[in-house]
Every structure is written in structure tokens, then in C-alpha cells.
Write a protein that binds this ligand. Structure first.
Ligand code: PGA
Length: 231
């Protein structure tokens, strides 16, 4: 396991570091970026929007998308990405799973094929309170590729804050699998706030177990972690 961890209590510095890492990857020739949604990424995207970074010759792939939300829905991940990044910093092409596909299983397979053909130079990653990465919930095999998942109650509860009620949170999503994520050359994991202590501790100090999906990263050769947590 080669993990480079930086503990930054000052969140402004933490996110500035995140921006600097992405800028450095671009300078080193990275062209294919895996992106993430979630509250953790908002300050990072704010910094990217305010920067001079230019993704116009790059391609992006998002980790996941809800099943059943119209692309124009305010909480679809396509809308999240458009509002927080793509409108200001467009990529040559931005891929997200299509959560409205008539056959979502076939869509997952097609998305995985696109990913494998592109090869991710970089993957941005958050973690769930239950240790999920993307929407790979506890119990997901480490060799999983892009697939359709049923969201756990705890994930739906955590995301209910973005909807009027938990009943409106979709029950399913399409997510890159754990092996799809691990194929990225470099992974930048950002974990901010006490709620992320348990999964981060499991990654850094625990045994590898599918019960805590983020522990799959222990097998990766190039992980950078930015966190405000002393572990
Ligand atoms: P958050 O989500 O950034 O909103 O905490 C992270 C995740 O669930 O992967």
C-alpha cells in the first residue's frame, strides 16, 4: 500500500492542495479524469471554477448516477456536475451513467466498456459514512465493475438532506465498481469531518474487508488522501 496522506485542519488549505494536485496531474499529461459528487467536493469545485485550469482537451467520467431521476432534476448528478463544474470548466467530453436508460443493466455494461477503453489517469473520491466508495455499498466484491446497486437505508438517509424527504431519494443507482475505481493511475481521496473518521481509520489501520469498501484501496499503488482528521 502506497498512501500519501496530508492532514490539513484548515479546510481552505486542504482544498487548495486538492486543486494543486489536479493542476499537477494535468501538467504531467493526464487527460482522463474520474470525478465525484457529494458535499465534500463542493469547495474543491469552487476552487477549480475560480482557477485558470483548462479541461477543454480532457475527458471526464463520473463515478455514479441515481436511477430514475430526470437529468434535469436538481439532485441528479448530471445537474450537480453541470452546476458545480462543467458549465464553468467544460471538458471535451463528459460521461455519466444514464440513470434513465430503458435497460439500466445494459447501460452499466456499456459504461464499463467506455471506461475500460478510456483508462482513467486520475480518480477523485469521497467516502460514505459506511465506507462506501462511489455507490459500492458494504458487501460489494472488490472485483466488481460498473453495476446497478440498491442503495442502503444509511446512504439514502445521508443523502436525504438534499431532497424534501427520504421518500424522494432514489432507491437505486448505477456506479463504477470497485475494480473500475482501482484501475485509475492515481486516486485522490478527500475525507473531511468526524463522520468520516471510522471509514478512514479502517482504510489506514484496519484489515481489508468487503464490509468496508474503502479498504479495497489498500491494494492501490498511488493513493493521495487529504483529510482534516488526525488518525
Ligand atoms: P459526501 O458524500 O461528500 O456528501 O459526504 C461522500 C460519499 O458518500 O461518497
Amino acid at each position: 500500500m502506497t498512501i500519501h496522506i496530508e492532514v490539513l485542519k484548515d479546510l481552505d488549505l486542504l482544498y487548495a492542495k486538492g486543486l494543486a494536485i489536479i493542476e499537477a496531474k494535468l501538467e504531467q499529461g493526464a487527460t482522463t479524469f474520474g470525478l465525484a459528487t457529494g458535499g465534500t467536493m463542493l469547495p474543491l469545485y469552487e476552487k477549480i471554477r475560480a482557477s485558470s485550469i483548462d479541461f477543454s482537451s480532457c475527458v471526464s467520467f463520473n463515478l455514479d448516477e441515481y436511477v430514475g431521476l430526470p437529468a434535469t432534476h436538481s439532485e441528479s448528478y448530471r445537474t450537480f456536475m453541470r452546476m458545480n463544474l462543467f458549465d464553468a470548466k467544460p471538458f471535451a467530453k463528459s460521461e455519466l451513467p444514464d440513470g434513465l436508460a430503458a435497460d439500466v443493466e445494459a447501460e452499466a455494461i456499456a459504461y464499463e466498456e467506455k471506461l475500460q477503453n478510456a483508462h482513467l489517469n486520475f480518480q477523485l473520491l469521497g467516502i460514505g459514512e459506511n465506507g462506501h466508495i462511489g455507490f459500492n455499498e458494504p458487501g460489494t466484491p472488490f472485483d466488481s465493475t460498473t453495476h446497478v446497486v440498491e442503495l442502503t437505508q444509511s446512504t439514502r438517509q445521508a443523502n436525504a438532506r438534499f431532497f424534501n424527504s427520504i421518500d424522494e431519494v432514489p432507491t437505486h443507482a448505477i456506479t463504477m465498481g470497485i475494480s473500475s475505481i482501482l484501475r485509475a493511475d492515481t486516486i485522490l481521496l478527500i475525507a473531511v469531518g468526524e463522520k468520516k473518521r471510522r471509514p478512514l481509520e479502517a482504510l489506514l489501520k484496519g484489515d481489508q474487508t468487503t464490509e468496508v469498501p474503502v479498504t479495497a484501496l489498500q491494494d492501490h499503488k498511488n493513493i493521495i488522501i487529504l483529510t482534516d482528521l488526525d488518525i
